[in-house]
Design a protein around this ligand. Sequence first.
Ligand code: BMX
Ligand code: ZN
Length: 336
Amino acid sequence: MMNFNTNPEPIINTRLDEMLKSTLPALGIDLGGTKIGACLVSNNRLINEPKQYKTPKGSDNILEQLYKIIEEYKVDNLMAGVGIATAGIVDTASGSVIDSTFNLTGWAGTNIKNYLESKTMLPIYVENDGNAAAYGEFKAKGSIDNLNTIVITLGTGIGGGIILNGNIFHGSNFAAGEVGHLKINFDNKRLCTCGHFDCWEAYGSGPGLVQTTKELLNEITASQSVLYANKNDLTTTHIIKAFENNDLIAKRAFELWHHHLSVGLVTIAQILNPKTFIISGGMSNFVNYPLLKEMVIDKALATVSRDLEIHQSGLGIHAGIIGAGQIALDTILAKS
Ligand code: BMX
Ligand code: ZN
């Protein structure tokens, strides 16, 4: 007996649904301690000009800003879903933030997925920003040579993402890759925004570089550096400008910053023996890669540092946006 499909409509709808899902872009959002970046993502790349917004203070305001961004993109675009890369430890199953440093005060405990799905009616996927950047980098390269990838993001904090055999390594409590909180000093020298002392991030992030420079400025007189005038409102922009003008304190601060970065990288290299460190995030634009590599080689076992490469992400500062969008696309496709 022939088997008639008495209700063909759902099949057509399912196929159409699958086709649409596989061709539509996703919105990728990268939420950092200072800035939020957003862009449509398809095929492991950005498909238009990324937009930037300021990260507001307080979890309600951040959620509201994320909602506004999604609604803004919904006006002119059909999207399969939204991927959100956020600073903080993320439970990717529930889409909520488990823990967060003071860089995003009050963010811990926020269920981003529930809130935004109910308001936007779009599927929302949430991941830690370092993990998303690593996923973006891994997917964009698209070769089996990089099945194991380590990405370090240098920004307001230091984030990290570890791809092992093509998958994000989350650890037992989703906190793998929180490399910003490796200890690079002892005896409570410098307080980190996580509440502990002497974390890598307290030295190697943008604010870490500012703190190092301030400590140098405390040792000198006004005539010895143009930065002295900005001692109390010092920013990375001041330091970079002074460095470009050969200011001695800025040069010393940058040298120390590279030294601090190298100590953290050596610790990770000694544990995981990676082939390459890929550096992303806003501060990655200011790294002197040959100098950093030299400093790492100086401190690591010869076998660990042999052929080790350290370079800036090919996706520049947009690795997190691409990774977030692509996580949404890949998860949606895997489900259909
Ligand atoms: C902090 C921590 C990480 C994050 C990293 C980079 C919070 C809020 N952040 O170590 O989860 O990956 O900073 O963050 O807990 P960014 O602000 O520099 O993007
Ligand atoms: Zn810390």
